[in-house]
Design a protein. Sequence first.
Length: 171
Amino acid sequence: MKTILWATLTGNGNYAQSSSNHPPKEEALGDFAAHARKAGNFIVGRRTFEGMQASGSGGDFAEMDIVVVSGSVKEIPGVTVVGSPSDALSYLRDKGYPTALISGGADLHNAFLSQGLVDELIFNIAPVLEGKGLNLLIDTEKYQYKEVELLNFKSLGSGVVQVHYAIDHTI
């Protein structure tokens, strides 16, 4: 199964922090929805999922398999809850999906990356700079430097640029 990590980052590389004063760009949200529809699923952390529910965007994905990774919550109505990234992938693999979309948040992304469970990265770079925010991390015990291959790049509009990379697992 191919795993794709999808994220929106700032121009200086932090996770884009959205709020009511600084909502996410519609182009990035539309791109996520398109990737989720294509995959038929997405994996999300509990706090990010709760944020989606609070914003009302959870209903946009009612026909999809949503897998929430949580160490503390065991059940959420309408979604599958698992305890680890590997459990999430096993669930989707058993359902026959060829692709899993990993959608957020930062802790979940870093868990997948540190375990070597990501094949491709899709980053939407928002036209903002932020002095706060979280970063993507890789396992510094295994990797000091990790090669990626550029698969594609494009403008999504409103200054949002998307880059799509494949991770080289041979190194």
